[in-house]
Design a binder for this molecule. Structure first.
Ligand code: HEC
Length: 92
Protein backbone atom coordinates (compact mmCIF):
# COMPACT_ATOMS: atom_id res chain seq x y z
CA UNK A 1 0.00 0.00 0.00
CA UNK A 2 1.37 3.40 -0.98
CA UNK A 3 2.32 5.67 1.87
CA UNK A 4 0.71 9.07 1.80
CA UNK A 5 3.29 11.82 1.90
CA UNK A 6 2.80 13.40 5.27
CA UNK A 7 5.17 16.32 4.91
CA UNK A 8 4.01 17.59 1.53
CA UNK A 9 4.44 21.32 1.14
CA UNK A 10 1.33 23.43 0.87
CA UNK A 11 0.10 23.27 -2.71
CA UNK A 12 1.13 26.44 -4.49
CA UNK A 13 -2.21 26.79 -6.20
CA UNK A 14 -4.43 26.25 -3.18
CA UNK A 15 -6.81 29.13 -2.58
CA UNK A 16 -5.04 31.67 -0.44
CA UNK A 17 -7.35 34.37 0.87
CA UNK A 18 -4.70 36.95 1.54
CA UNK A 19 -6.98 39.48 3.16
CA UNK A 20 -8.31 36.90 5.61
CA UNK A 21 -4.86 35.49 6.26
CA UNK A 22 -3.57 38.97 6.96
CA UNK A 23 -6.46 39.81 9.29
CA UNK A 24 -6.04 36.56 11.19
CA UNK A 25 -2.26 36.29 11.29
CA UNK A 26 -0.92 39.83 11.10
CA UNK A 27 -3.89 41.92 12.19
CA UNK A 28 -3.09 41.54 15.87
CA UNK A 29 -0.10 43.82 15.36
CA UNK A 30 -0.77 45.53 12.02
CA UNK A 31 -4.12 47.25 12.57
CA UNK A 32 -6.95 47.71 10.10
CA UNK A 33 -5.51 45.32 7.54
CA UNK A 34 -2.14 47.08 7.66
CA UNK A 35 -3.63 50.54 7.13
CA UNK A 36 -2.93 51.83 10.62
CA UNK A 37 -0.27 51.76 13.28
CA UNK A 38 -0.79 49.11 15.97
CA UNK A 39 1.79 47.13 17.88
CA UNK A 40 3.58 47.12 14.54
CA UNK A 41 3.99 49.92 12.00
CA UNK A 42 1.50 50.90 9.34
CA UNK A 43 2.21 48.97 6.16
CA UNK A 44 0.10 50.95 3.71
CA UNK A 45 2.30 53.28 1.63
CA UNK A 46 5.42 51.64 2.99
CA UNK A 47 8.61 53.28 1.72
CA UNK A 48 10.39 49.89 2.00
CA UNK A 49 11.22 47.93 -1.12
CA UNK A 50 9.71 44.53 -1.91
CA UNK A 51 12.81 42.64 -0.79
CA UNK A 52 12.75 44.30 2.60
CA UNK A 53 9.07 43.49 3.07
CA UNK A 54 9.53 39.91 1.89
CA UNK A 55 12.47 39.39 4.22
CA UNK A 56 10.72 40.95 7.19
CA UNK A 57 7.78 38.57 6.73
CA UNK A 58 10.08 35.58 6.28
CA UNK A 59 12.52 36.27 9.06
CA UNK A 60 10.61 38.59 11.38
CA UNK A 61 12.50 40.76 13.78
CA UNK A 62 13.86 39.57 17.07
CA UNK A 63 11.74 40.77 19.96
CA UNK A 64 9.30 42.57 17.66
CA UNK A 65 7.78 40.36 14.98
CA UNK A 66 7.64 36.58 14.58
CA UNK A 67 9.17 34.91 11.50
CA UNK A 68 6.75 33.34 9.03
CA UNK A 69 9.32 31.44 6.99
CA UNK A 70 7.75 28.05 7.69
CA UNK A 71 4.18 29.30 7.68
CA UNK A 72 3.96 30.52 4.10
CA UNK A 73 5.45 29.48 0.78
CA UNK A 74 7.41 32.06 -1.23
CA UNK A 75 4.43 32.34 -3.55
CA UNK A 76 2.16 33.15 -0.65
CA UNK A 77 4.61 35.70 0.71
CA UNK A 78 4.63 37.36 -2.73
CA UNK A 79 0.84 37.57 -2.55
CA UNK A 80 1.11 39.22 0.86
CA UNK A 81 3.61 41.75 -0.54
CA UNK A 82 1.17 42.50 -3.38
CA UNK A 83 -1.63 42.89 -0.86
CA UNK A 84 0.44 45.38 1.15
CA UNK A 85 1.30 47.34 -2.02
CA UNK A 86 -2.36 47.53 -3.00
CA UNK A 87 -3.58 48.83 0.37
CA UNK A 88 -5.73 51.95 0.14
CA UNK A 89 -7.44 53.95 2.85
CA UNK A 90 -10.94 52.67 3.56
CA UNK A 91 -13.84 54.66 2.14
CA UNK A 92 -15.61 56.94 4.55
C1 HEC B 1 3.47 40.13 17.32
C2 HEC B 1 3.25 41.28 16.48
C3 HEC B 1 3.39 41.15 14.98
C4 HEC B 1 2.81 40.23 14.12
C5 HEC B 1 1.90 39.07 14.48
C6 HEC B 1 3.22 40.62 12.80
N1 HEC B 1 4.03 41.71 12.85
FE1 HEC B 1 4.87 42.65 11.24
N2 HEC B 1 5.89 43.88 12.51
C7 HEC B 1 5.74 43.93 13.89
C8 HEC B 1 6.63 44.94 14.44
C9 HEC B 1 6.76 45.30 15.91
C10 HEC B 1 7.33 45.47 13.34
C11 HEC B 1 8.44 46.55 13.36
C12 HEC B 1 9.77 45.83 13.39
C13 HEC B 1 10.90 46.82 13.41
O1 HEC B 1 11.13 47.42 14.45
O2 HEC B 1 11.56 46.96 12.38
C14 HEC B 1 6.83 44.80 12.14
C15 HEC B 1 7.25 45.07 10.86
C16 HEC B 1 6.69 44.57 9.72
C17 HEC B 1 7.04 44.95 8.38
C18 HEC B 1 8.09 46.00 7.99
C19 HEC B 1 7.44 47.36 8.02
C20 HEC B 1 8.47 48.46 7.98
O3 HEC B 1 8.21 49.46 7.31
O4 HEC B 1 9.50 48.32 8.65
C21 HEC B 1 6.26 44.22 7.54
C22 HEC B 1 6.22 44.30 6.02
C23 HEC B 1 5.42 43.37 8.36
N3 HEC B 1 5.71 43.61 9.67
C24 HEC B 1 4.50 42.48 7.86
C25 HEC B 1 3.81 41.56 8.64
C26 HEC B 1 2.97 40.52 8.10
C27 HEC B 1 2.66 40.33 6.63
C28 HEC B 1 2.52 39.80 9.15
C29 HEC B 1 1.65 38.56 9.13
C30 HEC B 1 2.08 37.47 8.28
C31 HEC B 1 3.06 40.39 10.36
N4 HEC B 1 3.85 41.46 10.00
C32 HEC B 1 2.82 39.94 11.65
C33 HEC B 1 4.90 43.15 14.63
C34 HEC B 1 4.15 42.06 14.16
Amino acid sequence: MAQAQSAAPAPENAPFEVEQVFAGTCGFCHSDGGRAVGKGPQLMNSPRDDDFIRNRIKFGKQGAMPAFDGAFTDTQIDLIVKYIRALKPREG
